[in-house]
Write a protein that binds this ligand. Structure first.
Ligand code: ADP
Ligand code: ZN
Length: 621
């Protein structure tokens, strides 16, 4: 079969996405490749289709190396559903299961074998590969999540370093390495560590046009989050990231109390609880996972409709990785973050207090500043994000700033007043003070502390009464973002001038701030009625919506029976297309995206029956 007919008949997709075709042609022909593609870009097909094509050509099995042990069962299940012979070897299997799989492996009776990296270097496994190789049945190595080989990546796994054995021992077997981590340092490291110098490099655009980026100022974070979910995503699956385990627990409980089905996930939970919560998130619909960054790598649930950050991540790489988990199915999704001065201060403190070398810390501060710059930006968020990954683009029309250009005010003067106050209190008292006290002075508030220190005598006292406390915090955030002021974590978070302060004091660096949105901002209409419907189905007419609901109920029972997540059977978008077209025959059903030959055979009749029953029910009414 040609690669296009594999795409269409096995996976049921009409066309390749982005650079998939070029990659698949190259690898099917036996070339090595390093693929950099954003999360949701469609990396899996880049090795699955070559694996199928090469197996059909008698070239044997493809070994997929992946660190995502908890997900292998579902990945293999998804291939089975598409009629592809696949298996996995990892520590979750019993002895019996493992030896059954090994037997099939040695017989060359598998198209794709998923294996954990620590297995690769065992003498037993290598002997099995040797035996395949001798018989010409070792077709391809696919190294997924390839950034795990690099200390610069965010998920370093020492076992990945040992993967050089693949190239050394089987130099004639082609390799494809894949990652969603874009930065140049990690890329160079992957090439060197995995000896991919001769591999062809495929770099996709990192844009995720279906994700809408919104960053709001933190007021009452949890209430803001609840409003966001209620107004925009009721009934949707989503992920909420928090900094600390405690906050994860509190937020999950609070959402549950507010009627949103939510579960906690962090490294401090018992492994069984974590696995159970992850399964429930993957298998049930409309669950919100509240998590630390410990959650998410490899979560390939396609219908996560939003990713929310209640705390600011460490850098843009992290932010992009985490938000990228939304909308893998290409349908509209939201990336929503709320952040405030405290986030900035906390992140700074974590860097300052870490035991790392000063040059390394300097690098971390630079990365944090880039993220702050994004958060404070008044122009297109996407242009900034992509520029960070060295990609040029035009204003996107699908971020908060593009959709509603923020009003800005010139805060240059205010910034100078603030810095000069920081300077003066230091001069007068011999030590620094925190943000609250500095703002009190600017606003002319005679607090006990002000009176005690005689700070009402300062020349800047009351000079900033025209600005609210929150506006002053905005000025301070901006100054922190451009490193014109520092927070001394060792001394009660007191503010201090930096080398960058002088230019601002002289008025050489303009400071522009967004005018804060009024507290009772306009909201989109509360999603009612169709609230429990995913967005892809919200546009269906009444009869089609009922049909969609019936199809979902049918899908849920099949998924339970097969012990797989519902989306492995059919995506929401596929069910919505079925409901919309109401096909009457297998032929009509076949043309819809997401319905391959195997699924048509396995489920076609049942799907047509659901449609007929629904039509009959409508006729009776
Ligand atoms: P990645 O591993 O790059 O994050 P996946 O391989 O999980 O992305 O693909 C993301 C989603 O896109 C999956 O649900 C997959 O079925 C779907 N997909 C991939 N390629 C295509 C295509 N050519 N047409 C339609 N859907 C696709
Ligand atoms: Zn934009």
């Amino acid at each position: 079969m040609s690669i296009t007919s594999i795409l269409q008949t096995v996976f049921g997709y009409p066309a390749f996405r982005g650079p998939q075709q070029g990659i698949i042609e190259h690898v099917t022909a036996g070339g090595d490749a390093l693929v950099l593609m954003p999360t949701g870009g469609g990396k899996s097909l880049c090795y699955q289709i070559p694996a199928i094509a090469r197996q059909q050509a008698g070239q044997g099995i493809t070994v997929v190396i992946s660190p995502l042990i908890a997900l292998m069962h579902d990945q293999v299940g998804a291939l089975h559903e598409a009629g592809v012979s696949a298996a996995f070897l990892n520590s979750t299997l019993s002895m019996q299961e493992a030896s059954d799989t090994e037997r099939r492996l040695v017989q060359g009776n598998i198209t794709l074998l998923y294996a954990a990296p620590e297995r690769i270097n065992t003498p037993r496994f290598l002997a099995q590969l040797d035996s395949l190789q001798e018989r010409g049945l070792l077709s391809l190595f696919a190294i997924d999540e390839a950034h795990c080989v690099s200390q610069w990546g965010h998920d370093f796994r020492p076992e990945y370093r040992a993967l050089t054995v693949l190239h050394e021992r089987y130099p004639s077997v082609p390799r494809i390495a894949l990652t969603a981590t874009a930065d140049a340092l990690t890329r160079a490291d992957i090439i060197e560590r995995l000896q991919l110098q001769d591999a062809r490099l495929f770099i996709s655009s990192f844009d995720r046009p279906n994700i809408r980026y919104t960053i709001v100022e933190k007021r009452e974070a949890t209430a803001q989050l609840l409003r966001f979910i209620r107004y925009e995503h009721l009934g949707d699956a989503g992920i909420v990231y928090c900094q600390s385990r405690k906050k994860v627990e509190e937020t999950a409980a609070w959402l549950c109390d507010s009627g949103i089905p939510a579960l906690p996930y962090h490294a401090g939970l018992d492994a069984r609880v974590r696995q159970a919560n992850q399964d429930q998130f993957l298998r049930s619909e409309g669950v919100v996972m509240v998590a630390t960054i410990a959650f998410g790598m490899g979560i390939d649930k396609p219908d996560v409709r939003f990713v929310a950050h209640l705390d600011m991540p460490k850098n843009i790489e992290g932010y992009y990785q985490e938000t990228g988990r939304a909308g893998r199915d290409g349908e509209p999704a939201d990336a929503w973050m709320c952040y405030g001065l405290q986030d900035v201060v906390n992140q700074r403190r974590m860097i300052d207090e870490s035991p790392a070398e000063e040059t390394f810390k300097q690098g971390l501060r630079g990365k944090l500043e880039a993220l702050l710059g994004l958060a404070e930006a008044t122009d297109c968020r996407r242009v900034r994000l992509l520029r960070y990954f060295d990609e040029a683009s035009q204003p996107c029309g699908n971020c908060d700033n593009c959709l509603q250009a923020p009003e800005v005010w010139d805060a240059t003067d205010a910034a100078r007043k603030l810095l000069s106050t920081v300077y003066r209190v230091q001069q007068m008292s011999g030590f620094g003070f925190g943000a609250g006290h500095i703002i009190d002075i600017l606003r002319g508030k005679v607090t006990d502390k002000v009176a005690q220190r005689g700070h009402q005598g300062l020349s800047t006292f009351g000079l900033g009464a025209d600005l609210s406390e929150s506006q002053w915090r905005g000025v301070l955030r901006q100054l922190l973002a451009i490193d014109a002021v520092a927070v001394d974590a060792q001394a009660f978070n007191t503010l201090a001038l930096t080398a960058g302060s002088r230019a601002v004091l002289r008025g050489e660096v303009p400071v522009h701030l967004r005018v804060a949105a009024p507290k009772t901002g306009k909201h989109r209409a509360l999603r009612t009625g169709s609230a429990a419907l995913p967005k892809v189905a919200a546009e269906l007419d009444g009869a089609a919506q009922a049909c969609f609901a019936a199809l979902k109920a049918w899908r849920a029972s099949v998924a339970r029976e097969h012990n797989l997540p519902a989306y492995v059977i059919f995506h929401d978008a596929t069910l919505a297309a079925i409901a919309h077209n109401a096909p009457q025959s297998l032929d009509a059903l076949q043309g819809l995206s997401g319905i391959g030959a195997r699924k048509l055979e396995a489920y076609g009749a049942a799907v047509l029956a659901v449609i007929r029953d629904e039509a009959a029910a409508v006729a009776r009414v």
